[in-house]
Design a binder for this molecule. Structure first.
Ligand code: FAD
Ligand code: NAP
Length: 528
């Protein structure tokens, strides 16, 4: 018999809930986590200004009604310390740590097709066997180290947003460079600008950021708690895993000019990513998209006083929302401060990092501190980092031309291995916690189903997988997603095949597909 029924890899939002759920169902389950503590994303990414971009009331578990009633989020968008203390609290409340091995990385997985079990080799030298493995390894957990020459030559302090020190970092009076203007860069830049002596931002592609309109939410939360359950139901059936008030927003072409302007004003002023739902076809219709993009460009121009800087900060080369939008708390205004400057690396390319700073466009810029906010090998990176083999084949070889999954949950030829928010599921296009709960519950139900029938193996059919890969690709082709060189398409990692990584059909639709598959006796899966 294997050591455990189920091995879970990772102890972030996904791994913690999967552990709780399976333990409640009476499975013998164990988790391993590469880090020394629970929290995943919110353990590692503790850079200044880190906070969620989905409202805290939705970016939280719904499975524990008492927790939901008791926990009081302070802000509309919680900051990293609050999110981490929430996950710590969940781990305490359900005594989850006793079943987690920390500081332990899974290096390889091998499937034994006769015994129907996986063997995990750990970086501690130990091995664990389990009938099933749930990879709760995270969509944004494998950092991307950019190919910038001389990165190790710098004699000042280098910090990575995804591995920020645990001791406070005092940037007062320092000359600081930030490379990268995605969500991590935008949050870091906004937070540190007031305290540093000088801040130089190296930007390759400007971002579309909309205001968070962050605020304290004590009263709103008290009101929500009178009907939190309904809110969660709505979240699960919504497009993005978080209700945007109006689940079926209008099509762009059904609105006249005044209504379009009103809708954009309303969404922008309300703040947050619901701006993307100003029009139902914002990511499908080039006209709708162009109008929303132009709106955000205009707002950037209103916020930044120097016209040349405003122009550099204005995104023009890709459709809005085709790359992850940012939710900001005063980002653009930072460039009006005299101590902040912007370097566009398409005009002044970074040549190398030197002992004393950064050489770009033939000029040397001296710094005390360099902060890299250069992103992740998203969705497939953490899975590819594990040498996963079954029937003489490696998962990373199977996925060499792009991921192939059935429902983003499993891959044919790799039985009994589930991925939480895996590629080709809504995952990063949604409120991730809604998508995590959806997957954890589906996986748990499937394992119960197998156990009740004395079955030991579950695997997708090749045909079902081919259909799902085509569905995912076709759905993405109906959108403007492919027009942006983004991490959604694998475009940020040199050599990574370009393929749409998330499923774009929406959380509600996807949930219904999963439910349908389960009630039709796990259609498309072979149960042995
Ligand atoms: P993670 O939190 O990434 O946890 C995975 C864990 O697995 C990690 O702790 C890692 O150490 C561990 N692990 C990986 N590989 C191995 C291995 N081989 N062996 C052992 N352990 C391993 N999403 C939203 O919906 N809203 C947000 O506001 C939001 N903000 C974000 C902010 C930042 C800075 C980042 C980076 C991501 C954000 N995301 C957000 C996405 C976020 O990753 C998810 O919301 C969520 O936290 C993912 O939880 P997870 O448990 O699936 O993965
Ligand atoms: P990211 O969005 O991929 O941004 C990375 C940035 O680094 C981009 O601006 C990129 O430029 C730049 N870059 C990369 N290599 C570079 C190089 N060699 N030279 C110059 N610039 C370089 O990564 P991220 O900011 O960490 O965010 C990743 C995702 O995590 C987000 O999209 C979001 O889903 C999540 N996240 C959310 C929040 C939040 O608000 N809650 C915060 C952080 C992260 P290009 O655009 O040109 O590639």
């Amino acid at each position: 018999m294997p050591d455990h029924d189920v091995l879970i890899i990772g102890a972030g939002f996904s791994g913690l809930y999967q552990l709780y759920r399976l333990r409640e169902l009476g499975f013998d389950v164990h988790a391993v986590e590469a880090g020394p503590a629970v929290g995943g994303t919110w353990y590692w990414n503790r850079y200044p200004g880190a906070r969620c971009d989905i409202e805290s009331i939705g970016y939280s578990y719904s499975f524990d009604t008492e927790l939901q009633e008791e926990w009081n989020w302070t802000e509309r968008y919680a900051a990293q310390p609050e999110l981490l203390s929430y996950l710590d609290h969940v781990a305490d409340r359900h005594d989850l740590r006793k079943d987690i091995s920390f500081d332990t990385r899974v290096e390889s997985l091998r499937f034994d097709d006769t015994a129907d079990e996986w063997t995990a080799l750990l970086d501690t030298g130990a091995r664990i066997t389990a009938r099933f493995v749930v990879a709760a390894t995270g969509c944004l957990s494998k950092p991307l180290v950019p190919a910038i020459a001389g990165i190790d030559d710098f004699t000042g302090d280098t910090y990575w947003t995804w591995d920020w020190p645990h001791d406070p970092v005092d940037l007062t009076g320092k000359r600081v460079a930030v490379i990268g203007t995605g969500s991590s860069g935008v949050q870091t830049i906004t937070a540190i600008a007031p305290e540093v002596e000088s801040l130089t931002v190296f930007q390759r592609t400007p971002t579309y950021a909309v205001p968070a309109q962050n605020r304290l939410i004590a009263q709103e939360l008290a009101e929500l708690k009178t009907h939190y359950g309904e809110f969660r139901d709505e979240s699960r059936l919504s497009v993005g895993g978080f209700p945007c008030g109006d689940e079926l927003p209008p099509f762009f072409e059904d609105l006249d000019d005044e209504q379009i302007a009103g809708e954009l004003d309303r969404r922008y002023d309300d703040g947050g990513l619901c701006f993307q739902q100003s029009f139902r076809d914002l990511l499908q219709s080039p006209e709708a998209n162009a109008r929303a993009a132009e709106y955000v460009r205009r707002r950037i121009g209103q916020k930044v006083t120097d016209p040349a800087t405003a122009e550099r900060l204005t995104p023009r080369s890709y459709p809005i929302a085709a790359k992850r939008m940012c939710v900001d708390t005063g980002y653009y205004e930072v460039y009006n401060q005299p101590n902040v400057s912007l370097i566009d690396v398409t005009e002044q390319p970074i040549e190398r990092i030197t002992g004393s700073g950064i050489r770009a466009g033939g000029a040397d810029f001296p710094f005390d501190v360099i902060i890299l906010a250069t992103g992740f090998d998203a969705m497939t990176g953490a899975l590819d980092a594990i040498d996963i083999q079954s029937r003489g084949k490696a998962l990373r070889d199977k996925w060499a031309d792009g991921p192939r999954t059935y429902l983003g949950l499993m891959s044919a030829g790799f039985p009994n291995l589930f991925t939480v928010t895996g590629p080709q599921s809504p995952s990063v296009l949604s409120n991730m916690v809604t998508s995590i709960e959806c997957h954890v519950e589906w996986i748990s139900d499937a394992l119960e189903h197998l156990r009740a029938r004395g079955l030991t193996k579950i695997e997708p059919d090749e045909a079902a997988e081919d259909n799902w890969v085509n569905t995912t690709n076709d759905a993405a082709d109906l959108t403007l997603l492919g027009q942006a060189p983004s991490w959604y398409m694998g475009a940020n990692v040199p050599g990574k095949p370009r393929a749409p990584l998330p499923f774009v059909g929406g959380v509600g639709t996807y949930q219904q597909i999963l439910d349908g598959v389960a009630v039709s006796n796990y259609h498309g899966f072979e149960l042995v």
